[in-house]
Ligand binder design. Sequence first.
Ligand code: ARG
Length: 288
Amino acid sequence: MSDTSAPTVDTAREAVSRRLLMCSPRYFDVTYSINPWMDPAKPVDAGAARLQWEQLRDLYVSLGHTVELIEPDEDLPDMVFAANGATVVDGKVLGSRFRHLERTAEGPAYLRWFTDNGFPDVLWPEYVNEGAGDYLLAGRTLLAGTGFRTDPRSHAEAQEFFGVPVVGLTLVDPRYYHLDTALCVLAPGEVMYNPAAFSPGSRAVLREMFPDAILAGAEDAAVFGLNAFSDGRNVILPEAALSLAARLRERGFNPLGMDLPELLKAGGGAKCCTLELHPAVHLDGASC
Ligand code: ARG
């Protein structure tokens, strides 16, 4: 009889090393509320936030990823959520224009990092968009969230700029206000998502595009289980997302539990703290 209790990791899954941008939570705090997770009355432990974030950064490095750092700004307590700072596809950078006044200065701050660090193709956007919080690259398709933060008109702007198909998806649950709180790209054609976070039409689109997707239930979603980072093999997600971890293992991924409880007080997790700098791709498919 085969042992089904401890499925082994499929060695065919290959991790692709990534270039990631992160921002220290040196000035992290919850001083305002722009999503249902944020309660300024609840104290934040700055030291614990720092330690948790450092564990995440160290885990990326130990997995062979390159972590770049942007200097935090003391007036921008949410700047630790680097995913929102820009969207990078093929080495091209679409700047972010934030929905809320409290975060608007992050857009130019992140854009400056890109111009200072050798990214020649940078666009300051016309429409509100919250970067890779709402834009997720799945193979050569850019999945694009809207409903709470990113203006749907930004989707056409992103398609024109990057020259890849953009598929708009509407979020309907305020707890899952960015696309990366409701869906995670695991590998080019593979995703996991929380169907309840999407409008009926968007749910149908996701079913059509990803018939074999891992569907998250309410429990895994509520512990922020979809706010995960995948390098194609290793998937970093909250410890408490037990059922997702089991299903990832069945499919040959290597789930790695990582909790960031202090950052969760701002409605953020591992993926929110991470901006993937997708490199330029040659026509033969090799990245440079
Ligand atoms: N407090 C931040 C906000 O509401 C959290 C951002 C989380 N980032 C993300 N990529 N989901 O904007």
